[in-house]
Design a protein around this ligand. Structure first.
Ligand SMILES: *Cc1c(COP(=O)(O)O)cnc(C)c1O
Length: 355
């Protein structure tokens, strides 16, 4: 069975061996302040930076999930308010989390085929702590490209740019230098089981976290940052998750090659579904289509039939998300989904639904 769920998603087959190795090598009961574990954390952070092209002066922290990052950012980097730009469920949820903690926060939604006009965004740069975007909106299969993020970054004033990259971190060659906070979790493009989040901070974000000096939460940034100086965490971390990440990163090609492979596959899939199938990509603008999550739309009854038939053929298609649950399917174009799965998917549609 191939799974195309966009999270939790396909894990690398090698994870099976890594799990056995983790047990045999004693990682599951290794004390988290021991040299064994701190050396692992140091190495994993170094590999993450080199394999994903993260600038050396950025700081990498481990969290429990991407959702937890929403809360940390509101608590530790938002003394006043954040401004949220969103076009799907994840971006909107982030906005709601932020507003619950910082009621002065505001948001603006935009259409799937649309790019917001940066010059007229309704936020006051000198009265806003964070500008928040979702680089790859998993629920609507849309994406904000490098050029948009760069233009936004250039208009920030005193605000920091925070980017939810949960379904693109470790899949795309992100330009980390053009934002201050990037985060994601590992059950998407890392090809790993859930239970670990990663947050990447610019020197400007680290300085701001020290200034805000949140001490009221167990995962407050100042404490996380000072522990990470010694490659440690405030609490007993997910050592197994970090170990699995270290193994996956060691096996990985540099991100440039990974991203190119995904871009090539996305182009082929969009071209295929634009033509001869009963389902159509529901994002029409090629400039706003995601390269890591392909969204297809159709009648609810047809979607149900296709999902059932595909399952019989050994293909687990991803359901729609939130309000799009019954009228869309999503195809994860993540690094751990093998080329053979993509070929099987195309063959399934060519055979069952010839144009
Ligand atoms: C999956 C996802 C999340 C939530 O991730 P968790 O690890 O479940 O907290 C947040 N944002 C985006 C864009 C996602 O795709």
């Amino acid at each position: 069975m191939y799974t195309f769920n966009p999270g939790p998603s396909a894990v690398y087959p090698a994870v099976r061996q890594y799990l056995t190795d983790a047990f045999d090598e004693g990682w599951l009961s290794a004390p988290h302040r021991s040299e064994k574990v701190t050396a692992l954390v140091r190495q994993t952070v170094a590999d993450l930076k080199s394999k994903l092209n993260v600038p050396q002066d950025y700081t990498v922290l481990f969290t429990g999930s991407a959702t937890e990052c929403w809360e940390i950012l509101a608590q530790s980097l938002t003394p006043r308010r954040s401004f949220h730009l969103y076009n799907g469920d994840f971006g909107e949820k982030w906005y709601k989390y932020a507003k619950a903690l910082r009621p002065a926060s505001t948001g603006l939604s935009f259409g799937l085929d649309e790019l917001p006009d940066i010059a007229s965004l309704p936020f006051a740069p000198d009265d806003t702590d964070l500008v928040c975007i979702t680089q790859n909106e998993t629920s609507t299969a849309t994406q904000l490209r490098e050029g948009f993020i760069l233009n936004l970054y250039n208009r920030l004033g005193g605000a920091l740019l925070a980017v939810d990259a949960t379904s693109s971190l470790a899949g795309l060659n992100l330009k980390y230098i053009k934002a201050d906070i990037w985060y994601g979790s590992v059950q998407k493009c890392f090809g790993l089981p859930a239970g670990l989040g990663v947050m990447i901070l610019s020197p400007r974000a680290v300085a701001q976290a020290k200034l805000v000096n949140d001490r009221a939460h167990y995962n407050a940034l100042p404490a996380m940052l000072s522990q990470m100086l010694n490659h440690q965490t405030n609490y007993t971390p997910n050592v197994l998750g970090i170990y699995l990440m270290s193994r996956v990163l060691a096996d990985r090609e540099p991100i440039k090659a990974v991203a190119q492979h995904l871009a090539d596959r996305a182009e082929k899939l969009y071209a295929f579904f634009d033509q001869a199938t009963p389902l159509q990509p529901f994002v029409h603008n090629p400039e706003t289509r995601s390269t890591t999550v392909i969204g297809l739309a159709g009648e609810a009854a047809l979607i149900e039939e296709i999902k059932a038939k595909a399952k019989e053929a050994g293909l687990q298609l991803g359901s729609g998300y939130g309000p799009l649950k019954n009228t869309t399917i999503r195809i994860a174009n993540f690094p751990a989904v093998p080329d053979a799965a993509m070929e099987a998917l195309v063959q399934f549609f060519a055979k069952e639904y010839p144009g």
